[in-house]
Design a protein around this ligand. Structure first.
Ligand code: C2E
Ligand code: MG
Ligand code: MG
Ligand code: MG
Length: 288
């Protein structure tokens, strides 16, 4: 944006810059407040097996509740958290909250056996991150397989040796690692097979109206054959229609997630959703 500012429009430029800076500071302040006084909420979205509709796991998606009651989506504050250095505290909160809930569900014999959390590149760079995660699980008496880590393709691709070592250690301990938003980054095939990952999450860009776009279907076929060769599981994100679900199931995608089944929601709503009868196929075929 800097290079587009004209020398003769300093007032316009500085007003915009000031506004952006104010927004940034406001969000940073909200985040800081939430980290020490509460206000972060972990919303959950189920992942279903497309073949039989069985609920496999859920993904934890963070929300920020501001004192005025408004709710901010992660797109509005994760980048701020990363820039301001608050991301590590935020991720620690997510990990502890995820483990706490998993333990509660286990005791109640209800809920999910596995939760996926999103982590950023900054987290993996943290000295002792793997130890923190394993310790959080252990404190709640949970196996390492109870948590899954989702990292974007871009994060994984730019990983340092330290981050790779941390991931490798977590994976050896039994934690599943998923590459999020797959297909939107720049993974090279030769690099992909060396990464410590278990799952490819196919980005919503290829899922959207896949039944109407042969190129998207072709890309998904290619991803599936890649996943098979590398022995990786596949998840399709952002499924919104029966037609997409049926088509993806036909192609051979194993697990799906999206508004068609459920939006991300607070824990209590998810528990009610789990108790509601659903079709035994999540792939459209046979669904009412
Ligand atoms: P993501 O991990 O790729 O999550 C998928 C996003 O798509 C979520 O947006 C989810 O609400 C949304 N979504 C799910 N199903 C559908 C659908 O059928 N249609 C459409 N249009 N969207 C769908 P959300 O919750 O706003 O999160 C956005 C991103 O923020 C996430 O993308 C993730 O990268 C990041 N994020 C979320 N929670 C955390 C967190 O705790 N830590 C970090 N570091 N990042 C997080
Ligand atoms: Mg994710
Ligand atoms: Mg994703
Ligand atoms: Mg995505």
């Amino acid at each position: 944006a800097l290079c587009t500012a004209k020398a003769d429009s300093p007032a316009f430029f500085s007003a915009r810059t000031r506004r952006e800076a104010t927004d940034f500071l406001r969000i940073e302040a909200s985040l800081r407040h939430a980290l020490s006084h509460g206000g972060l909420e972990l919303w959950l979205q189920p992942k279903l097996r497309l073949g039989d509709g069985r609920v496999e796991a859920a993904e934890a998606l963070i929300r920020l509740r501001r004192p005025d009651g408004s709710l901010l989506p992660p797109g509005a504050f994760i980048a701020v958290a990363e820039t301001s250095g608050l991301i590590r505290a935020l991720t620690h909160w997510v990990i502890q909250e995820a483990c706490r809930r998993l333990a509660t569900w286990r005791q109640a014999g209800k809920g999910m056996a596995r939760l996926a959390i999103n982590v950023s590149a900054h987290d993996l760079e943290e000295e002792g991150f793997a130890a923190f995660l394993l310790d959080a699980l252990q404190r709640q008496g949970l196996p390492s397989s109870a948590l899954e880590l989702e990292l974007t393709e871009t994060t994984l691709f730019a990983m340092t040796d330290r981050s790779l070592a941390a991931l490798g250690r977590l994976r050896e301990a039994g934690m599943r690692i998923a590459m999020d938003d797959f297909g939107t980054g720049y993974s090279t095939l030769s690099y992909l097979h060396r990464l410590p990952i278990d799952v490819l999450k196919i980005d919503r860009a290829f899922v959207e109206e896949v039944h109407l776009h042969p190129v998207r279907a072709g890309i998904i076929r290619a991803i599936l054959s890649l996943a098979e060769s590398l022995r990786l599981d596949t998840v399709a994100e952002g499924i919104e229609s029966e037609a997409e679900a049926a088509f993806l199931a036909e192609l051979g995608v194993e697990v799906g997630q999206g508004y068609l089944y459920a939006r991300p929601m607070p824990e209590a709503e998810l528990m009610a959703w789990l108790d509601t009868p659903r079709p035994r196929s999540a792939g459209g075929t046979g669904a009412s």
